[in-house]
Write a protein of this length. Structure first.
Length: 87
């Protein structure tokens, strides 16, 4: 999967931008949003840690890791959108 690393970088950059915007809003925001944020922060850190492992993985395991990461990215995006609706 030749474009795999670029795709992951793009997904992570988009997610980071949304995360940064929400972080600023939450700083001034609601407790419910803060609770959701705390849960998502754990997942964000895990995602960042796993993304470092892709470069070391074989092609087959990289694809498995990539698929799992895409699920986490989707979960984080949905969580960030829930927070955005709370603010």
């Amino acid at each position: 999967m030749p474009d795999f690393p670029e795709n992951i970088d793009e997904l992570l950059n988009d997610l980071k931008q949304l995360r940064d915007e929400l972080k600023l809003q939450i700083h001034l925001g609601k407790a419910e949003a803060k609770d959701e944020w705390d849960k998502l922060e754990e997942k964000w850190q895990d995602l960042k840690d796993r993304s470092r492992d892709i470069g070391e993985a074989t092609d087959e395991s990289a694809q498995d890791v990539g698929t799992a990461m895409e699920l986490v990215v989707d979960e984080l995006k949905k969580g960030y959108e829930r927070i955005r609706k709370l603010l």
